[in-house]
Design a binder for this molecule. Structure first.
Ligand code: PLP
Length: 394
């Protein structure tokens, strides 16, 4: 019995990894305890975020940082910061960006569903480059000079979506952007591990970096991090905090929000919608410290052992081959035989529709492969999952 039974919700076996749709992963006991304890007291939210900033800046090398309600929220807040700066009247007007720098440049091949968070601020995305690599024969994508060429007085920021295939290199993008005084926002939501990536994009010159807290960091599902330049973080938090207070009474920590630099107190900003609670902030900080404390090698080994235990428990299948694929987060690949009675997609649907429901990684299902991630498997689920695989493919 779990708390979910009380509300008529069935739990699932998450063999996909920390995806939002399947509720991320699960919390380490120390994170769960921190959340419970945080909920027993009241604090000033600006004070709490200022201390979060100190921890985030220590672990990322950024000047400042805040805990957000997800990486997508971090992208929204970061964009709002690049558009409004420290001008309270601009903050009040968003998403009306009339008369403001209201364009964000993106490499066309990096466009994705999450850039809706950026567009929410009222900016237009200007796409550049042609992903010729897509043609198979092609080797080229957008080049740094094309980004430089696209920058105009309307450009608020460049959004760079990091992954192993991202072109051009971040360092080159930063160079052209900074030459023209334009900030670079990096969407690094799913770029952990390695732990070193917490520092890498800031070190390469990014002005703002967004990470998801509910993915590899294993924080509360609805959390993220926005870190970067102090002024931009100050703008972001001003547009996120509840500001139902008068100027005299308002006393945020000056090292975090320097009141003297503002001509007045803005109203609730566009990011007030991305409210985050004290429980989530504290939970994320505790999870982040634990994430950094575990080495990449140790994490790889820990997940690798779960994957190998699952592989042994599955044994040999008549209709598929199970391979262990090593990596920072190792996984199993179940390749369904071409002559099997049910193809990979049908097997995956049967997994999903069974009891308990098992959700696997569908990204290569059309190539006949079912991906199994150990990252969000509970120890007692390994044998259940193995039994179901034998039932379906054995
Ligand atoms: C997951 C993801 C996001 C969103 O992160 P949340 O923490 O779920 O809001 C944004 N961008 C990319 C590339 C992602 O993979």
């Amino acid at each position: 019995m779990s708390i979910y039974d009380q509300f008529g919700v069935r739990t699932i076996i998450n063999a996909k990894g920390s995806s939002t749709r399947v509720s991320g992963g699960f919390l380490a006991p120390e994170v769960a305890a921190a959340i419970t304890e945080a909920g027993q007291y009241c604090v000033d939210m600006a004070d709490l975020q200022s201390r979060a900033s100190n921890t985030i800046s220590e672990l990322t090398g950024a000047e400042a940082g805040i805990v957000t309600s997800g990486a997508a929220a971090a992208l929204l807040l970061g964009t709002a910061a690049c558009v409004a700066g420290l001008d309270p009247s601009k903050m009040n007007r968003l998403p009306d960006t009339h008369g403001m720098r209201n364009e964000v440049i993106m490499v066309r091949s990096q466009r994705n569903f999450y850039d809706h968070a950026v567009r929410t601020v009222g900016v237009k995305i200007v796409e550049i480059g042609l992903p010729d690599r897509y043609a198979g024969a092609g080797v080229r994508d957008a080049e740094a000079w094309e980004i430089g060429d696209a920058i105009t007085p309307q450009t608020a920021a460049i959004l760079y979506v990091m992954n192993g295939n991202a072109r051009p290199a971040l360092k080159e993008v930063v160079q052209v952007a900074h030459q023209m005084g334009v900030p670079v926002i990096v969407d690094a939501a799913a770029q952990l591990p390695p732990v070193s990536n917490l520092k890498r994009f800031i070190a390469e010159g990014a002005d703002l970096v967004a990470f998801s807290g509910g993915k590899a960091i294993s924080g509360p599902q609805g959390t993220g991090i926005l870190c970067g330049k102090h002024d931009l973080i100050m703008s972001a938090i001003l547009q996120n905090l509840d500001l139902d207070i008068d100027w005299e009474q308002w006393a945020p920590p000056p090292f975090f929000i320097d009141k003297q630099r503002l001509k007045g107190l803005p109203q609730h900003g566009i990011g007030r919608t991305c409210k985050i609670g004290k429980e989530q902030i504290v939970g994320l900080l505790v999870a982040l410290k634990a994430f950094v404390a575990e080495s990449d090698d140790h994490r790889q080994q820990r997940f690798g052992e779960i994957a190998k235990r699952l592989q042994r428990s599955i044994g040999t299948l008549k209709n598929a081959t199970v391979t262990f694929q090593d990596g920072l987060i190792p996984k199993l690949v179940i390749a369904v035989n071409a002559n099997a009675p049910a193809n990979a997609r049908k097997v995956m649907l049967a997994m999903q529709n069974g009891n308990p429901s098992i959700i696997a990684d569908p990204s290569r299902v059309d190539q006949g492969q079912i991906g199994i991630s150990p990252a969000c498997l509970r120890p007692d689920e390994v044998d259940k999952l193995a039994a179901r695989m034998r039932e379906l493919l054995g």
